[in-house]
Structure formats: structure tokens, C-alpha cells
Design a protein. Structure first.
Length: 272
């Protein structure tokens, strides 16, 4: 396991200097009452519904449970400090915390952040496209449970993740179970009650082959690909070059970053 690059000792201070993000439109997942209700209850049914009516089931029960054997295999591959993008109810962050690892989850849903904290993890209410703690210093970024589709533009998301990672850092992404490369506008819906919230928002579904192709064109290096429990994964290495100022996020940085920035629209994990 890599243990970080650059001088040791001085923790990452960038997060403590973050200014509050400018006001923005309410993120789609945050605005979704069915999503928040499902996370609080710990179960669905819940779906992403495309504008043409096609439904993609969301596995809320698995997300709200403890990390399963497939998840643990992914976590065994993680290196150094881990940022879980779209952490949901926090099963992965909680498992990493139980292992004594430096880990932070981010999610735009207040219900997701609250559940992550209750599970024993640390979480910040923030979009991946907003300023984040330890930018450019994370050893591993996770995009699990279809989160490679965040924003509806995998290329833009890959570019953003590269900026979050330390040079040579690791991205582990869960890809679609079939070979697909599509963009769509979707809503989160509970079809049993006919509930949906917010306007349709952009989302993407991308399979392993398409992701590897797009990542290669963006300067990423393929590290591994595998299938486990009918779920598919890709590991990629950032092609970003090292700088002399690279430092590893540590536990102090993760904690202090959450204390430093708590405007009204930004909830962070409680200190325990």
C-alpha cells in the first residue's frame, strides 16, 4: 500500500481555508424527497426514471446495510486516504473507519450524511464539483453504486476526480453490468406512491469498455478490471504528474475540514 507522497508531518490545511461555496441550485439528489425518505427508512422501492419512462431500480437495502463481501473486496484494494464520492448512507466509509483508515464521504443529501455519521463514518454535505478537503492529495477516490454517472458527463467527472487525487492516485469505479454508454435525464421516484421531486437531472450509465476508452483518452492508466457478485469494477491510475508540494490527507485534516466550513447549506459530520 502506498503511504503518500511528499513531506510528512504537516497535515493538509487547504480545507480549513475553503470559503463557503456560492449559492447554487438545489442538487437533484438533495431535492429528492423519495430518496431521503428511503434512506431514513432503510429500504425502497426507489428508481431512477428516465424522461421516456424507463426505470432503473436503486438498491437502497444494500446501500443501507453493512458492507458486503463484494464491497470488502473493493475496500481491500483502496490505498491510503479514501474519498467516497456519493457515499449515500455510508456503508463503505463506516467500514473504512472501523479499520482505522482515513476516509471521508461526500453526498449532496442531508439524509445520507446523517446516516453515514450514525454508521460511524465521517461525511460532508457537498457536491463533487464544489471545493473539497484535501484536493490533489487523496490516494483513492471511490465511485461506487453507479456514481460514475454523476453529472451526466463521465469525461467531466474523470477530470474532476483527477484533480482530487494525488499524482498516481487510484480511482475505483463501479460500471454498469452491461456494455452501455448513454446519457439521459432522470428523476428519483417512488413508483408505489407516485412520488418524484425536482426537475429531471443529467445522469450517465457507462460500461467497462466505454469507461476504459474515455479514461485512456483523458490520460488515465488502466490498473485493473474485475467482476464480483455480478457487479463490475474498473481501477484507474491518475496520469497527473507529481508536484513538490504533494501531501497526504490525514485524520486531522479530515476532521478540521469539517469544523471549518458549516454555512447553512453545508452540513458536516458531527465530531465524536
Amino acid at each position: 500500500m502506498r503511504t503518500g507522497r511528499g513531506p510528512a508531518g504537516e497535515p493538509v490545511r487547504a480545507a480549513a481555508r475553503l470559503a463557503p461555496a456560492p449559492p447554487a441550485a438545489t442538487p437533484a439528489w438533495e431535492a429528492s424527497d423519495p430518496y431521503a425518505a428511503a434512506l431514513r427508512a432503510g429500504h425502497g422501492p426507489l428508481f431512477l426514471r428516465r424522461t421516456d419512462g424507463w426505470l432503473l431500480p436503486l438498491d437502497v437495502e444494500r446501500w443501507c446495510a453493512r458492507a458486503d463481501a463484494v464491497d470488502l473486496e473493493v475496500l481491500d484494494r483502496c490505498e491510503g486516504a479514501v474519498l467516497d464520492v456519493g457515499c449515500g448512507p455510508g456503508r463503505l466509509v463506516a467500514e473504512l473507519a472501523a479499520r482505522g483508515r482515513t476516509a471521508l464521504g461526500i453526498d449532496v443529501s442531508e439524509a445520507a450524511v446523517a446516516r453515514t455519521v450514525r454508521a460511524g463514518g465521517r461525511s460532508l454535505r457537498r457536491s463533487v464539483f464544489e471545493p473539497l478537503p484535501g484536493e490533489g492529495h487523496w490516494d483513492t477516490v471511490l465511485l461506487m453504486d453507479g456514481n460514475v454517472g454523476i453529472g451526466g458527463d463521465p469525461r467531466a467527472l474523470l477530470t474532476r476526480v483527477a484533480a482530487l487525487l494525488a499524482p498516481g492516485g487510484l480511482l475505483i469505479a463501479e460500471t454498469a453490468p452491461v456494455e452501455v454508454d448513454e446519457r439521459a435525464h432522470v428523476q428519483v421516484v417512488d413508483v408505489t406512491e407516485g412520488r418524484a421531486a425536482g426537475s429531471p437531472f443529467p445522469w450517465a450509465r457507462i460500461g467497462t469498455g466505454a469507461l476504459l476508452s474515455r479514461a485512456g483518452a483523458a490520460g488515465w492508466h488502466g490498473a485493473a478490471q474485475w467482476t464480483s457478485g455480478e457487479r463490475r469494477f474498473v481501477a484507474l491510475r491518475s496520469g497527473r504528474r507529481a508536484s513538490s508540494r504533494a501531501e497526504q490527507p490525514n485524520s486531522t485534516a479530515v476532521i478540521s475540514s469539517q469544523r471549518a466550513r458549516k454555512p447553512s447549506g453545508d452540513s458536516a459530520a458531527a465530531d465524536r
